[in-house]
Write a protein that binds this ligand. Structure first.
Ligand code: AMP
Ligand code: MN
Ligand code: MN
Ligand code: MN
Length: 299
């Protein structure tokens, strides 16, 4: 049995603070064997990550975390083992990146009206890649002294009812899962405990997700409690979904969270990484040549 892989991490290509190559180096140093880079709405970090992973003898899973609007709220769908060259996935993500630009301008306007000028340029200056997100606004506001840390800046500025809040209008669940499948990947619901859904809404989300071809849920997550592990292990079992695990690492600034310090999945879970063919490895652990079904019609 392999050590629990870390299948959810961020680099400077989105809102993480380590460059892809530094993230791979740190993962190797932490004894991680298999790691997925899953930046928000972009594949831009994957080439650099792949080169560094080879150097360190680390198995990299090509991934992405797609922003979705479902039932009026934001839900994140992680795509694992995607073909980064897939045109359907790339053009879908390009649309989300364009929406991010528009949203960033809107967030900046709102902050400006609340007395915080220069936020668009400020947030951009915090971003190393092309993608701008709320985390970059949060870092800018902390630097301006608006709040003491990221957590409190989110709470006072960037969430519902606060001056810099813009309700996201992302893509649909169906489109996100469709792009991931077109790229030969597996769609996984990220950190399900974070959405604050009632049991009946969670059931509806999982039903919709399965109907679109979704495959798994994050049972073990850096933003889950121990109780959440068991709750979502049960959901996975009852719904016939595979289980995934990921830290949601964003960088060493959050010292309470480290790469690859993930417990084993609760009893009875089917690990997504043990599926034959996952990340190019067959059921005997042999590395296979990648066969992508990108741009072929879905079965
Ligand atoms: P965005 O996709 O641009 O709306 O940004 C979402 C990201 O903001 C998440 O992936 C987290 O990295 C970060 N985030 C959301 N809520 C918080 C919070 N309360 N404290 C710190 N970071 C947060
Ligand atoms: Mn993030
Ligand atoms: Mn997320
Ligand atoms: Mn994430």
């Amino acid at each position: 049995m392999m050590k629990t892989p870390d299948l959810h991490t961020h680099s400077t290509a989105s809102d993480g603070t380590l460059a892809p190559r530094d993230l791979m180096a740190r993962a190797a140093q932490q004894g991680v064997e298999m790691l997925a880079l899953t930046d928000h709405d972009t594949l831009a970090g994957l080439d650099e990550a792949a080169a560094a992973a080879t150097e360190h003898g680390l198995r990299l899973v090509s991934g992405v975390e797609v922003s979705v609007t479902w039932g009026g709220r934001t839900v994140h769908i992680v795509g694992l083992d995607v073909d980064p060259a897939c045109a359907a996935l790339r053009s879908g993500l390009a649309g989300l990146q364009a929406y991010r630009e528009q949203r960033a301008a809107e967030i900046a306007d709102r902050l400006d009206r609340a007395g915080w000028s220069g936020a668009l340029e400020g947030a951009r200056a915090q971003a190393s890649g092309e993608l701008v997100g709320r985390t970059h606004f949060a870092r800018f506001l902390v630097q301006r002294g608006a709040a003491k840390d990221l957590r409190s800046v989110f709470k006072h500025f960037l969430v519902k009812g606060k001056p810099g809040h813009v309700a996201g209008e992302w893509t649909t669940l169906e489109a996100a899962v469709g792009w991931i499948r077109a790229a030969g990947g597996q769609a996984v619901i990220a950190h399900p405990a974070r959405y604050g859904l009632t049991r009946s809404k969670m059931k509806r989300l999982l039903d919709d997700f399965r109907a679109c071809g979704g495959r798994g849920i994050e049972v073990v997550s850096g933003s889950h409690s121990r109780d959440d592990y068991f709750t979502f292990a049960r959901w996975a079992r009852e719904q016939g979904l595979l289980a995934s695990a990921g830290s949601d690492y964003h960088g060493p600034e959050s010292p309470w969270l480290e790469l690859g310090r993930l417990p084993a999945l609760p009893e009875g879970c089917q690990p997504i990484w043990e599926q034959p063919g996952f990340a190019g490895v067959d059921r005997h652990g042999r590395v296979m040549t990648r066969v992508s079904n990108c741009d072929r019609p879905l079965a």
